[in-house]
Design a protein around this ligand. Structure first.
Ligand code: PDD
Length: 281
């Protein structure tokens, strides 16, 4: 496998970052993950717009121009022969002697781009089965609207899920409403067939897949309500599902040990998933 690191393409084993890269030492960086389906980068503009926002919120510069980054993404995808899979890009504040404050002499932000193949047949099989979710208290900072590489709460939440035989953890507010998953946005389908997902003003990441699924829902004539929902409402919903660049639309069939409806993926999530691939390109 080939990765891009700060201006050069290298084999993964030789693709290294400096020990004083601020991403490595301080988690001082941002990232994006885009899905690649049949050779297309899904929602690339949306992901790069969000990267731009994340960088601005953290007062970081683009490591290279946007057009150049697009080229690098395509080149990493090409060199790895990725037809279906994902491309990962990470921008950190650069290399400087360790200090919590920003470097006083300007340093160039550091860029890493990797890509990997994923089997669409295996993904479809997963979607046919659906996933199991547990809930955990949201112990993250307030700025989770910024897509930073500081993912320790997400890591621990996901491990808690895996330890209990589940595939995803949903962060829950003290008021009992669902925020989002460790790496996904959370949705339910109400009895009348409309979709509900939490508003993305603050407290969750504004998912790019989430936005596209709203368009897909519209094209299918489904109503979307942006409002918080409780764990209990989700457990008693007609369907539940998550969205992300890596999972696209993934049915949730069990929440904290309680089956959602009959415990099988529902028709709404399944048709959203199918329609997504037609619309997203
Ligand atoms: N995660 N919420 C969180 C906390 C996420 O990390 C992600 C994405 C999403 C969904 O956003 P999008 O639809 O733009 O992928 C929501 C990526 C896939 C990851 O960390 O691997």
């Amino acid at each position: 496998r080939i990765a891009y690191v700060n201006g050069r393409y290298a084999n993964h084993n030789d693709a290294m970052v400096h020990v004083e890269d601020r991403g490595y030492q301080l988690g001082d960086g941002v990232y994006e993950v885009c899905e690649i389906s049949r050779g297309f980068i899904i929602d690339m503009e949306g992901h790069l717009d969000r990267l731009d926002r994340s960088l601005r919120e953290l007062r970081m510069d683009w490591p290279i121009e946007r057009k150049a980054l697009e080229f690098v993404m395509r080149e990493v995808i090409r060199r790895n022969h990725v037809h279906n899979g994902m491309v990962y890009l990470q921008v950190t504040r650069g290399v400087a002697p360790r200090d919590h404050a920003f470097p006083t002499t300007p340093v160039r932000s550091a860029l890493v781009v990797t890509a990997k193949r994923m089997d669409p047949v295996a993904a479809a099989k997963k979607a046919e089965k659906g996933m199991t979710v547990i809930t955990v208290p949201d112990n993250r900072w307030e700025r989770v609207d910024i897509k930073t590489i500081g993912l320790l709460p997400n890591v621990l939440a996901r491990q808690t899920a895996v330890d209990s035989g589940a595939q995803e953890a949903w962060f829950v507010d003290p008021d009992g409403t669902v925020k989002e998953g460790a790496s996904t946005n959370a949705w339910i389908v109400t009895a009348d067939g409309s979709l509900v997902t939490r508003p993305a003003d603050f407290g969750i990441l504004r998912g790019i897949t989430r936005a596209t699924v709203m368009k897909v829902a519209d094209s299918l004539g489904l109503k979307v309500e942006e409002r918080p929902f409780s764990v209990e409402e989700a457990q008693n919903a007609r369907e539940a599902f998550v969205t992300s660049a890596t999972s696209v639309v993934m049915p949730v069939v069990n929440i904290d040990g309680k089956p959602v409806a009959n415990g099988h993926p529902g028709t709404v999530a399944t048709s959203l998933r199918e329609a997504f691939f037609e619309i997203a390109e």
